[in-house]
Design a protein around this ligand. Structure first.
Ligand SMILES: Nc1ncnc2c1ncn2[C@@H]1O[C@H](COP(=O)(O)OP(=O)(O)OP(=O)(O)O)[C@@H](O)[C@H]1O
Ligand SMILES: [Mg+2]
Length: 230
């Protein structure tokens, strides 16, 4: 289990995360939603160790991640597909995926480029293509592939459907379910497309102004209630 308890983060003098308590159980898909600027990406950054926490604890399977370097946190089994700049545009698909394996520990049957191509057959066809020349949807597949190549047991995705054609959003969501069900990878997914993410999530956290204000199971609150929270 990935567990955050009472996490506080400040950037400069500004408190960005007030009090974040949340968890992702093994093999769960957890959605993480909230307004722009609420602190979702900062929360993922705290897990990855790119934002230092002032208070609270972050643990993976009862081991503290706090104070580990980002490289070591990835080695512990946390993968990230960042919100921005998540591919190397001047490199080919294959080169991008190779770079993703730099921190791959190879335990529990390492993720391989072959497995990424099984999930995204289009990437095999385009393995020599420069990623900067691909569509938004395909670039996002490469970004997810890079995240998988570090062989994570928990994959954090930061708005994977942003900037891609509406008809490809379902495809991205299907892929996330496949990664979860076939490879047993636990998922924490930040999404603006609430309708779509509620279709795949086991549980949902809502963040507002740096704190978690609600946790629910899809289907247990109506859209009006959700609207009021957001
Ligand atoms: N490097 C930084 N320096 C100063 N402020 C920052 C920095 N990064 C984020 N912030 C501020 O922290 C707050 C939370 O930002 P964050 O990116 O975590 O929000 P978010 O929920 O991911 O938003 P979005 O949905 O727009 O991606 C915002 O007010 C933002 O302006
Ligand atoms: Mg963000």
């Amino acid at each position: 289990m990935l567990k955050l308890e009472n996490v506080q983060v400040s950037i400069g003098k500004k408190r960005i995360l007030e009090d974040v308590t949340m968890h992702v159980a093994k093999e769960e898909i957890v959605a993480f939603i909230g307004h722009n600027g609420a602190g979702k990406s900062t929360t993922l950054g705290a897990v990855l160790g790119t934002h230092r926490i002032q208070n609270g604890t972050i643990e993976l399977n009862n081991k503290a991640l706090t104070n580990l370097s980002t490289t070591d946190i990835v080695r512990e089994g946390i993968g990230l597909v960042p919100q921005l700049n998540n591919v190397f545009r001047n490199l080919s698909v294959e080169e991008n995926l190779e770079l993703g394996s730099v921190v791959n520990q190879g335990e529990n049957g390492a993720f391989t480029i072959e497995k990424v191509y099984e999930i995204f057959p289009i990437l095999r066809e385009r393995k020599k293509q420069l990623v900067g020349t691909m569509s938004g949807g395909q670039r996002q597949m490469v970004a997810i592939g890079i995240g998988l190549m570090s062989n994570p047991s928990y994959l954090l995705l930061d708005e994977p459907s942003v900037g891609i054609q509406p008809n490809l959003v379902d495809k991205v969501m299907e892929t996330i379910v496949k990664v979860n069900k076939e490879f047993g990878i636990s998922i924490l997914i930040v999404e603006q497309n609430i309708k779509k993410v509620l279709e795949i999530a086991d549980r949902v956290y809502v963040m507002s102004r740096g704190s978690i204000i609600k946790e629910f199971v899809p289907g247990t609150i109506n859209s009006e209630e959700l609207w009021q929270l957001m």
